[in-house]
Design a protein around this ligand. Structure first.
Ligand SMILES: Nc1ncnc2c1ncn2[C@@H]1O[C@H](COP(=O)(O)OP(=O)(O)OP(=O)(O)O)[C@@H](O)[C@H]1O
Ligand SMILES: [Mg+2]
Length: 538
């Protein structure tokens, strides 16, 4: 088997895992439907049989729809799993942007469902239906009747294959437009105020409308291409069969009624058509399947297993000659060296401030301490024992305030405070809000403490939402608190307050804080100044 075919087969198997039975039911109901038609023609003399066969064919339509629904559900979960594997246990820094993943899922899910239910299942059905129809016809009318059908089938399949490249390219172009549209809508909403302030919201909306029309045009073209290809090859199949019957009339078994013969060939052609449209749906999903195969490779590479080794999370942490480069991007962009030969000692008691210019590697260093980034070079010692920080026990003893925190944008203040610990009681949340000064400043907006916690997070200012995130980090009872620019978006008075808060916390536990504001350095026993790694060769 060629490696391309092997990868496609493997991807198909992964996508259809757990969907084999419903898929076979889809195929079986198509198969039965296809057999009912020639059977009805063959039993024209017995009207009851013929009518029963046609009614059964209609009823099978329902069975097919239900089974196809089950296939769709299973396949959607399987595809989602391929995206979740790198999310849960892949290298977090190289995950693509959220909108790009959303757009891909939105575009790929329906296409892959069509691939399964109208591609794989139809081909499966046809593979069984064709021999069955052959036997049916041959036994009723003799072997020679198969010749026009066989030739028609070959001609139909060849026409579909020839057209498939065009159909596939048309669908790829349409899906690309759809993705671009989704990404633009997301970016527009995200930056709506900015666009409005610059008087660009109207023109941006016009651009979205244009993108929507472009997508519609491309999708329309793809549909036309599919229809022309499918029905075109159907017509070619039919015409070939008709032509051969006309040319060879008289060569069939004596006594064969040409009218009945034509009717039977017509009844058999939908079976061929099943094969032809199944193949065309398989071919049309080629590019989606190829990108799913790449996603499968990413999912399989996502093998970071969180360690469960005992670790003294309150002990000294020493980073020795640590180096880390962000890997090459999927777009081919070069790897970026973020840390190079970094030494850092975090004593069991004592806090550290990390400063340095933008791009110096401060956030990357924080990610190394959190075990989210595994250094490519150097070693980490915890309480004098070599360790990886990607460790479940270590994680349960650390709290983190990210530069880009996880937010429940449409939730309440309480939803955001409880994001990492859903069990926290209201009392604890309120205490944390007091510490970050929000209970006083937001108190006027809420009649009670419960109202305060129920305030919508979206309705907070940037500085206020930053304080909610800080409160969330402080809520965790931990040995190590890692803060990445806690002063971001805070006013001068709040920064002064934060300096006092940091000092108080640092007297009880270890704090590592990335700070730009020198006013905050007071909490630290040690200040580490990072500089960006030198360019290779300089
Ligand atoms: N996901 C990523 N992929 C590739 N390069 C990255 C990625 N994240 C950061 N970098 C690069 O790594 C270097 C260090 O980035 P980092 O975010 O650690 O800097 P920083 O010191 O925290 O900067 P800032 O003060 O702006 O927050 C930068 O040159 C940055 O461009
Ligand atoms: Mg940073």
């Amino acid at each position: 088997m060629s490696s391309g075919l092997r990868i496609r087969t493997k991807t198909a198997r992964v996508l259809l895992a757990g969907a084999a039975v419903p898929l076979v039911v889809v195929a079986a109901s198509v198969l039965a439907q296809r057999l009912m038609l020639p059977f009805a023609v063959l039993s024209l003399q017995n009207r009851t049989h013929a009518v029963a066969a046609l009614l059964a064919a209609a009823a099978l339509g329902f069975v097919r729809t239900r089974a196809a629904d089950v296939v769709a559900r299973r396949l959607r979960l399987n595809l989602l799993d391929l995206f979740l594997a790198p999310f849960v246990s892949g290298p977090a820094p190289s995950l693509p942007a959220g909108e790009a993943v959303t757009a891909r899922l939105a575009a790929d899910l329906p296409r892959l469902v069509t691939w399964a239910n109208d591609g794989v299942a139809l081909v499966l059905a046809a593979a069984l239906a064709i021999p069955a129809v052959v036997v049916l016809l041959a036994s009723a009318l003799g072997v020679r009747v198969l010749l026009p059908i066989a030739i028609a089938g070959v001609v139909g399949a060849a026409t579909t294959t020839l057209a498939s490249r065009h159909v596939s390219a048309a669908w790829t172009a349409a899906v690309d437009r759809l993705r671009a549209l989704f990404i633009s809508v997301g970016a527009g909403y995200e930056g709506a105020v900015d666009l409005r302030a610059h008087g660009r919201a109207g023109s941006y909306a016009a651009r979205l409308r244009e993108q929507m029309s472009t997508w519609s045009v491309y999708e329309g073209r793809a549909r036309v291409a599919t229809t022309v290809s499918t029905w075109g090859s159907f017509a070619v199949t039919l015409a070939t069969a008709a032509a051969i019957i006309a040319l060879s009339s008289g060569t069939f078994e004596p006594g064969v009624d040409p009218y009945r013969l034509s009717l039977l060939v017509l009844a058999a052609v939908p079976t061929l058509h099943t094969l032809v449209s199944g193949i065309s749906n398989l071919l049309a999903a080629r590019s989606t399947l190829a990108s799913t195969a790449r996603q499968l490779a990413l999912a399989e590479a996502a093998t970071l297993v969180e360690s469960d080794a005992p670790i003294d999370s309150a002990g000294e942490i020493r980073l020795e000659r640590i180096g880390y480069s962000y890997p090459r991007g999927e777009d081919g962009s070069a790897p970026v060296a973020a840390l190079d030969g970094l030494d850092l000692a975090l004593p069991a008691r004592g806090s550290v401030a990390i400063t340095g210019p933008n791009g110096a590697g401060k956030t990357t260093l924080a990610h190394v301490l959190l075990g989210v980034v595994r250094p490519d070079r150097g070693r980490i010692l915890v309480a004098d024992r070599e360790a990886t920080l990607d460790n479940r026990r270590f994680r349960s003893r650390i709290a983190y305030l990210s530069q880009r925190p996880f937010q429940v944008a449409e939730g309440t203040i309480a939803d955001n405070l409880r994001a990492f610990d859903p069990e926290l009681p209201d009392g604890r949340l309120l205490e944390a809000l007091v510490v970050v000064g929000l209970r006083d400043s937001l108190g006027a907006r809420a009649k009670s403490d419960a109202d305060l916690l129920a305030l919508p997070y979206r309705a907070l200012s940037r500085g206020q939402s930053r304080r909610v995130m800080l409160a969330r980090a402080l809520l965790r009872d931990t040995d190590l608190l890692v803060l990445d620019e806690p002063e971001a978006h805070l006013d001068a008075a709040s920064t002064t307050e934060l300096a006092a808060i940091l000092k108080r916390i640092a007297s009880a536990r270890r704090v590592v804080a990335v700070v730009h504001d020198r006013e905050l350095l007071g909490f630290a026993d040690q200040v580490v100044e990072l500089t960006p790694p030198a360019k290779p060769g300089s």
